[in-house]
Structure formats: C-alpha cells, structure tokens
Design a protein around this ligand. Structure first.
Ligand code: ASP
Length: 347
C-alpha cells in the first residue's frame, strides 16, 4: 500500500504553528475552589475546598491553549487573607515571572479581597509579563458555574500579546479590568467586578481578548515598590464613617499600635465632627490619616481647611481598601506626611 505522505506529514504546517505559551497557575482558594453538596446552592458552599488540580479537570481544553504548571499557594476563603499570604503569593509570583521559560501567571482567587491582592501585586511585581487574577461567583459544583469559562478566558488573556505591560488585571465575566481601578460591586451576581468611572481595559468576545485602554498610573516595573525589598507589611486600620460617630474606635486603633488609619468618610471624604479629634490625635502621634470615601465612586479631594491643616491625606480615586494597601506600602518607605502625600498623588 502506498501512503500519501504529503497528507500525513506537512512540515510547513508544523513549522508555522506558534509554540504554545507556558503559563503558571497559582491557586489561593475562593469560590472558584468552592464546593457544595447541592448543585443549585450558590451561597452555602465551602470556599477553598477544591485543589487547583481538581479545578483544572473541568477545563481539559486548556491543554490546547497553553502549557500549564500549577502551584497551590494557599486554599482559603479570601475573606481570611493575611499579610503573610500576600507576601508569600507575591514572592511566588515573582519567582515564576523571573523564570525565562514562563510567559505569564494566572492567579485563582476568592472575589472578596481579589481587588486588594491584585492592587498590591500591581504595585510590587517587577515584570512586563501578563499577570491575570481570576475568580468566580459560583462554586465549582454549581449548575452554570462561571469558574471554568473564567479560567479559560484568563489563560487566553495571559497568552495574548496586548496583556504584556498592561499591569495586573482581573478577567471575569468576559471583561478585563485593571487592578488599580476595579472593585467588587455586587454580593452575588457574576457581573460583580466593575471599574466604575474608569471603565474596563478590555473584553473577551467570541473567546478572543481585545484590549482598548491602558492605565496612565504607574504599575509593576514603573513603581518604587518591589516585593524583593518588602519583608513585612505594617498594620493599617480602616475606620468607617457613620452618623452619631465618636472617636472611640479611632482611639482604640491608636492605643493598639496601628501604623496608619484610613477614614472611609462620607461623600468627598467628609469627617464627623466627633471623629475629628481622634484623627487629630492620630496625626499628632505621627500616625498618618488618609481620607477616603464610603460612596464607592469618585475622587476625594481637598475640602475643609481644618482637615488639610491637620495633615490628612486625600485618597483620590482609591477606595478605602485600596487606600489601605497603598498606605501599607508607603509606610515601608517613609512615615513623612509629605512623602505619603506624594505617593498617593502618584499611584
Ligand atoms: N468568600 C469567597 C472568597 O472570597 C467569595 C468568592 O470567592 O466569590 O473566597
């Protein structure tokens, strides 16, 4: 029998084929790793109960998209995130990014603190390679679980050329959002991550990633922070503004040795008159105070003269939990109000 060799062996096709990218998937837990015995249950599950190996069994198609290596960094509900896990995750991520064989990193994460972890990584990783966070709102045992498609799209974004130099992004629900601006906006809807007044950086449509924008805020290689220099993060507390407030919790934070306070103020970072004396006592003890807003959108800019005079620093467009991360990082550099102010104006 004569074999038609030109049919079964087409060297030009093989040579023209793009080699698959090599992606490291670092797993930390979350709903994307959550399980429930009831497939219609989207709330009563246990987050962080499936391993990354278990999760990947639901997406066999990944092997056609990229070469994957996995690393289980933690397996927690992200509401239990700690400074120690953050530092471990950042170090591990940088380790993979430094490997010339790795083209990018995907991090599976719970959605509750994803925006904080991602903003931290956006500021401390030294890389141009894509770094993509991904989570899900429904556990992996649910009908219509969103995790599998989110992972596929996250890996596709990580292999895409436009993700290089874009900073750390989150890919969920067909959207690509930058970690500086994105926030979780809904307790249970799969369309929870929004960049509000800034908008998404891009989208995934028909399985193809499209980028439309870049942030002008410095990130990754353009920041003054590097995970290689950071061995611990200071304690920073968030005090939430409310009617009939006093300074009790602010004084308790000072007493317990906090290094900084973020005040999640009303509107444009407005401060209750009875919380003001406590915040003033903080700055007198060289504990920096950041004015942020509990509104969830918009900028905090200069307002009452007394607050500026007291040395309180505006959070700009950073929400309280993001302002907390930036203050933690700023404090690894300096305690001076002028320096911290510069850092808040820069990032
Ligand atoms: N509690 C979960 C977590 O953040 C929620 C989620 O992942 O959607 O780990």
């Amino acid at each position: 029998m004569k074999l038609n060799l030109s049919f079964i062996y087409k060297p030009e096709l093989i040579l023209n084929q793009e080699p698959k990218k090599k992606i490291a998937i670092l797993a930390t837990g979350g709903t994307i790793a959550g399980r429930s015995s009831d497939e219609s249950d989207t709330t009563g599950y246990v987050p962080g109960s499936a391993s990354i190996a278990d999760i990947l069994t639901s997406v066999p198609v990944l092997k056609d998209i990229a070469h994957i290596v996995t690393d289980q960094v933690s397996n927690i509900g992200s509401e239990d995130m700690t400074n120690d896990i953050w530092l471990k995750l950042a170090e591990r991520t940088q380790f993979y990014l430094n490997d010339p064989l790795i083209d990018g990193v995907v991090i599976t994460h719970g959605t509750d603190t994803l925006e904080e972890t991602g903003f931290l990584l956006n500021l401390v990783l030294k890389t141009q390679k894509p770094v993509v966070l991904v989570g899900s709102m429904r556990p992996c045992t649910a009908i219509s679980a969103d995790g599998p498609m989110n992972i596929i799209e996250a890996v596709k974004v990580t292999t895409c050329e436009q993700a290089r130099g874009a900073g750390v992004v989150v890919v969920m629900n067909d959207e690509i959002n930058g970690l500086r601006d994105v926030t979780k906006t809904n307790t249970s809807n799969v369309d929870t991550f929004q960049s509000r007044i800034f908008g998404a950086l891009g989208t995934v449509s028909g399985g193809v990633p499209y980028f439309f924008k870049k942030s002008v805020k410095p990130h990754t290689i353009d920041t003054e922070f590097s995970i290689e220099d950071i061995k611990s993060l200071p304690r920073v507390d968030i005090i939430y503004a409310h009617a009939d407030q006093d300074s009790t919790l602010i004084d308790a934070a000072i007493e317990s040795g906090t290094s900084g306070i973020v005040y999640a103020g009303f509107g444009n970072g407005s401060i209750h008159k009875n919380a003001f004396p406590g915040l003033l006592r903080a700055t007198e003890k060289e504990i920096p105070v950041i004015r942020s807003s509990r509104t969830g959108s918009g900028l905090v800019v200069d307002s009452a003269e007394a607050w500026t005079q007291a040395g309180f620093i505006n959070a700009g467009s950073l929400n309280p939990q993001k302002a907390r991360i930036l203050l933690q990082l700023a404090l690894t550099k300096s305690k001076k109000v002028s320096e911290i102010k510069r850092i808040f104006e820069t990032y």
